[in-house]
Every structure is written in structure tokens, then in C-alpha cells.
Design a protein around this ligand. Structure first.
Ligand code: PA5
Length: 444
């Protein structure tokens, strides 16, 4: 049994029909078996399953060396990527870097949207800073990062000359195919490999996530140790002792009991981007064939002042998964104020984290009373080790959950629809036939 994180599902019991739960037990057991047997749908993309114990240690050492070089070369690392090629690194850095920290390499993400304003203002910001680029795309053909790479590569070459620019570009892509691989080979960029059998949203523990994370100063060895601990913990066969399987089971039981929306909640804003990573993981893995728990996220107590009303009394279709940090990185004591004009002296001597925890407890009770069940996941701290552990916890649970739902967790056919329309509208060669059809819809 793991116990590194604690899973508390006691606030779901009253919302789940026992028959639904009992039926699901067998389905979840079978789904776990299917995942582990590597015989289920999408089994070409199960490289992440053993990654914490089977990752390429030579590649890992090269990542650490490249990160050290970036630290010496640059004040800023421009990380270019979208979806699974950006959210992992972004979530780790947001969670693990100190707030308001000006030290070390600043990692700035671009190519995760197509905003001309963002690109221009970033170019402006870079004017007086040394920078390097890590362009990350498994396919090597994704439009958003490809556009960003054109723009920032040109600026890098203009700043440093073509020869030095090459030493400041790091490409993370497929080992042999795709436009980025071709370009990287032609130009002689240092390249890192996205393993064939690891899909974008499961790739944070490969070079995709590890290089920008390491460049930001986070200890990626600790991160992999945390992932390994989770890997070992979730080999446990007994559902009752395996928190990842239990999480998958409970969220599916709630889904079948009419709770169609899962909201990942934190009380620590450093976890906001972790929720974005989680949303991609579960959304792209499960939202298909007309099925899937809708996922959303919130940060409390901030969002209690915006979403609180809706959560408490809106349509009763949501449940919460709460990420509770047991020990904060830092705490402070609220002091007595002689005038007590704000009436807060009843808090003097108490720690700010204690107040935060009481806000959480009070909210959870209120929400359960209002018909919102919750799954509570307590993590011991905010650390690289915990990040690695949590990543594996959610990935493993995602595989089990999606197979339980009866979908292929490892494809994303729906993502192509917008791209085809966009290419037709932009006049991409090969899309001529679609263009008239799209134009007719546009002008309707
Ligand atoms: O999970 C996925 O597969 C996607 O979100 C991809 O990560 C995203 O589309 C980026 O793809 P690529 O790395 O090929 O540029």
C-alpha cells in the first residue's frame, strides 16, 4: 500500500448507489488488468506505463547537461509547444518555482496559442535578454508551435548570427520523422526524443517536460524518484489498497450516479496549472464516443467568490476532487492588532495555513450538504518528488478510468476537426475541396 498520498472517498458514499459501485468493482478490476496486460485499445502508446523504471538514462543525462548549458547561456528559455508538449512543463514549473522569483532561467511558453500580440510583446521583452529556444513537438508538424518557431528562430538568428543560434536551439521531437526532425538534422540542433510509444499528454516525464523543467532549476531526478515510488505503489492488486485504482473507481461510480462533472480543486494557486495538465490528460483521454466525465477546475478560496454560488446551489451534477497540501512550503502567524478594527483578533496566534485548512473543511461540509460529493487527495507537500508521484498517480488512474468507461484512452481523433477547417480556410494545399464547403458554412 502506497500511503504517500492519502485518498479519502468518505464524502462520496451517500451519493453512490451500492449496486452501481458493486458492478463497477469488477469492471475496474478488468480495466486494470487490460491496462497492465497491454492488450487494450491504443496499446501502442503505453510507454509511459513503465517509464519511471525504464527511461533512457543516457538521454536523461543529456537533458541535465543541456539544462546546465541553458542556465549558463541564457536568462530566458523560450519553450515552444502546445497541449502535451507544454502543459506538463508549465504545470511543474508553476508548482515548484518560488513565487516572484527572479533568479535562474525564466521559462516562457509560446506556440501554445496563435496570439500575435503575445508573440510581439514577447519579442519586445527579449530585446535586452539572452535567450535559448526549446522547440517541442512530437509530430513536428503542429501549426501553433511551428509558427512560433519560425518567428523566434528568426529573431534568435538575427540576435546571435546563424552559427551561434544553432547552439541555442534544442529540439524535442520524434526520433526519425516530421518536419521538425528534418529541420533539426539539417541545421544540426541538439535533439531530444519523444518516445514513439508515449503520447503527448503522457509525456511530461520524457524530454518533452524534463528539459524545460530542469532548465528552470527544478530537480528532475527527485521528480523521477517520486514517479518511481508511485509506479511501485500502484502495482498493488488490491483495489482497496491502491489509491489510483480507487480514484478511477470512485469517479466512475459518481459519473454513473449522475455526477457528470468533475472539478479539480486546490487551495494553493501553485497547483492551478497542474489542473490544466490534468484537464488535458482526462479530457483528451476520456472525452470521446459521446462519453466522458466533463472536467473543470477551480482554485479556492479565490473561486468561492465567483463560482461558489453555482457550486452550492446550481444544477446538481458536479463532484469535487480536492488536492489538499498537508504541509505548506511556508507559513506565517497572524498577529494581534491592538485596534482590532477588522475584528480578526480571534485569529491572532493562528497560522495562515490553519485558516486556509479551516476554509477547506468548512467548504467541503457546505458542498456535501448542498449535494456536491468530494474525493480528497492529500499530498504531503509541494516538491519535485510529489509532482512526479502525482503525475504517475493521475496517469495510471486515467488509463484505468478510460478503459472502465470503454474508450481508447490514447487517441484524440476529435482534435483534428478544427485543424481541417482552419487549413481549408487558410488555403493549405490539399484542402481545396473542403474550402467551398467551409466557406458556405462561414457565410451562412
Ligand atoms: O496529447 C496530445 O497528443 C496533444 O495534445 C499533443 O500533445 C498536442 O497536439 C501537440 O502535439 P505535438 O507535440 O505533435 O506538436
Amino acid at each position: 500500500m502506497g500511503n504517500y498520498i492519502k485518498l479519502d472517498v468518505s464524502n462520496t458514499n451517500q451519493f453512490i448507489d451500492s449496486k452501481i459501485y458493486d458492478n463497477l468493482l469488477k469492471e475496474v478490476f478488468d480495466a486494470t488488468k487490460l491496462l497492465r496486460s497491454k492488450k487494450g485499445a491504443g496499446n501502442d502508446f503505453l510507454g509511459w506505463l513503465d517509464l519511471p523504471i525504464s527511461y533512457d538514462t543516457r538521454e536523461f543525462a543529456r537533458i541535465e547537461q543541456a539544462a546546465d548549458r541553458i542556465k549558463k547561456q541564457s536568462q530566458v528559455l523560450i519553450a515552444i509547444g502546445i497541449g502535451g508538449s507544454y502543459l506538463g512543463a508549465k504545470s511543474a514549473i508553476e508548482m515548484l518555482k518560488r513565487y516572484f522569483n527572479q533568479e535562474g532561467v525564466e521559462v516562457i511558453f509560446v506556440g501554445n496559442q496563435i496570439s500575435s500580440t503575445y508573440a510581439n510583446q514577447l519579442l519586445d521583452y527579449l530585446k535586452d535578454k539572452d535567450f535559448s529556444i526549446n522547440v517541442i513537438s512530437k509530430s513536428g508538424t503542429t501549426t501553433e508551435p511551428a509558427i512560433a518557431f519560425r518567428i523566434f528562430k528568426e529573431y534568435l538568428e538575427q540576435r546571435y548570427g546563424k552559427a551561434e543560434a544553432k547552439t541555442r536551439i534544442y529540439a524535442t521531437t520524434d526520433k526519425s520523422k516530421g518536419a521538425l526532425k528534418t529541420l533539426a538534422t539539417a541545421e544540426g540542433y541538439e535533439t531530444f526524443v519523444v518516445p514513439d510509444d508515449v503520447g503527448g499528454r503522457f509525456s511530461v516525464l520524457t524530454a518533452v517536460g524534463l528539459l524545460p523543467i530542469a532548465a528552470s532549476g527544478v530537480d528532475i531526478e527527485e521528480m523521477m524518484s517520486g514517479a518511481k515510488k508511485a509506479y511501485l505503489d500502484y502495482m498493488e492488486e488490491d483495489i482497496e489498497k491502491n489509491e489510483a485504482i480507487k480514484y478511477a473507481l470512485t469517479r466512475n461510480a459518481l459519473y454513473r450516479s449522475g455526477k457528470k462533472i468533475e472539478m479539480l480543486v486546490n487551495y494553493e494557486p501553485k497547483l492551478n496549472y497542474f489542473a490544466e495538465w490534468w484537464k488535458q490528460l482526462y479530457g483528451e483521454s476520456e472525452g470521446k464516443d459521446g462519453k466522458g466525465i466533463w472536467i473543470t477546475s477551480a482554485s479556492f478560496s479565490t473561486d468561492l467568490h465567483s463560482l461558489g454560488q453555482m457550486i452550492q446551489q446550481g444544477e446538481r451534477t458536479i463532484f469535487e476532487t480536492v488536492l489538499n497540501v498537508e504541509v505548506p512550503e511556508e507559513d506565517l502567524i497572524i498577529k494581534e492588532d491592538k485596534t482590532n478594527l477588522d475584528g480578526l483578533n480571534f485569529l491572532s496566534g493562528k497560522s495562515m495555513d490553519y485558516v486556509n485548512k479551516m476554509a477547506m473543511e468548512g467548504t467541503l461540509i457546505a458542498h456535501v450538504d448542498g449535494g456536491v460529493p468530494n474525493i480528497r487527495i492529500t499530498i504531503p507537500n509541494i516538491s519535485a518528488y510529489t509532482y512526479g508521484y502525482l503525475v504517475y498517480f493521475f496517469e495510471f488512474a486515467c488509463g484505468v478510468s478510460a478503459y472502465t468507461l470503454g474508450v481508447n484512452p490514447f487517441n484524440q481523433p476529435g482534435v483534428e476537426s478544427y485543424k481541417k477547417n482552419m487549413f481549408a480556410l487558410l488555403g493549405k494545399p490539399g484542402y481545396e475541396a473542403m474550402r467551398d464547403e467551409i466557406m458556405a458554412k462561414l457565410n451562412k
